[in-house]
Unconditional design. Structure first.
Length: 318
């Protein structure tokens, strides 16, 4: 009797185990894994997005060099070096960095009073301050910023960017004004309409297609309008190592420090707020201190390669 009871218990236990295994298998089949549901990265999409951002950053970088009062090639070098450094060292791949208007406005008085060499020294010092802030993990305090503040930051920056574009229409009259307005409206319409067209591959970013289409139209039809080359000469060479030509003295440090500290603070605030927005979109929380260190490294490299530095750019990132 005891042996039969023990045998029955073993059978019941084995049956229960088999039932549990079967339920687990059915549950796995019913619920797809996170790996299967998450979209795999598309290399073509990433490459095209990079080309789109690069094309969009060229006129923007040129505009910011006018604000800072430096040569256009200085802004292009800054865009390339900041983008490369933060892409390699940054925590959030979706955060695009380059020559930014927020830093250009701060540096403009320094360039006007002391020249571009002091700008390069200030950029390098700002990078060192940002790297130290990242090493001390001070970036985590950005999470204390209220969400309404982030909403105000995004919309306020949109208003600033939008109002800045109105300068492109200043002084235009007659046919020249109508042509500029028409091409601008056509580009904006293409960016809005292209994603909804079923015959356009989703891998092709709408801004890239809009720039290529309108640019081709202007060249083929011979439409008289300004080009990026008309705004400023962009000829130059690759960035080269350059130690800022400033006196190594306390007076120089006293001149540079206020601008460097201001740019370091403004740059980190804009970068970390942009990072939070991208984190919300991608539903992926990334390291703030790592992003701070990447920004610091980017500005250090800019300072010693004759570029104007910068920070994250919310317009390109979003």
């Amino acid at each position: 009797m005891r042996s039969e009871a023990r045998g029955g218990r073993r059978v019941d236990a084995r049956a229960a185990h088999d039932l549990a295994a079967a339920m687990a298998i059915s549950a796995d089949d019913a619920t797809p894994s996170r790996k299967e549901t998450s979209p795999s990265p598309n290399v073509l999409t990433q490459v095209l997005a990079g080309i789109t951002v690069s094309l969009a950053m060229v006129p923007e970088s040129l505009a910011f060099t006018f604000v800072a009062g430096v040569s256009p090639i200085v802004g292009l070098h800054a865009a390339a070096l900041m983008g490369l450094c933060t892409a390699v060292l940054g925590a959030q791949p979706g955060v695009i960095s380059g020559a930014a208007g927020a830093t250009a406005v701060v540096f403009a008085p320094l360039v006007a009073s002391h020249g571009p060499e002091y700008l390069f020294a200030a950029v390098a010092l700002a990078g060192a301050i940002q790297a130290v802030a990242g090493a001390l993990r001070l970036g985590k305090f950005i999470r204390l910023v209220p969400q309404p503040c982030m909403i105000g930051f995004v919309n306020g920056l949109a208003a600033v960017i939008g109002s800045a574009q109105l300068q492109s229409f200043a002084g235009l009259t007659g046919a020249q004004l109508y042509t500029t307005v028409g091409l601008t409206a056509l580009t904006m319409a293409l960016i809005k309409i292209v994603p909804n067209l079923p015959f356009i591959p989703k891998q092709i970013p709408a801004p890239l297609l809009a720039i290529a289409s309108v640019g081709t139209l202007v060249q083929v039809a011979g439409i008289a309008t300004k080009t990026v080359g008309d705004v400023a000469a962009v000829a130059g060479s690759l960035p080269r190592f350059h130690i800022p030509n400033v006196p190594a003295s306390f007076e120089t440090f006293a001149v540079v420090l206020p601008f460097a500290a201001s740019v370091a603070a403004v740059g980190l605030i804009e970068t970390l707020l942009t990072q939070q927005l991208v984190d919300d979109v991608t539903e992926r929380r990334t390291s703030t201190h790592k992003e701070c260190i990447a920004q610091g490294a980017g500005n250090l490299v800019n300072g010693f390669f004759g570029a104007m530095g910068g920070c994250a750019m919310i317009g390109q990132s979003m």
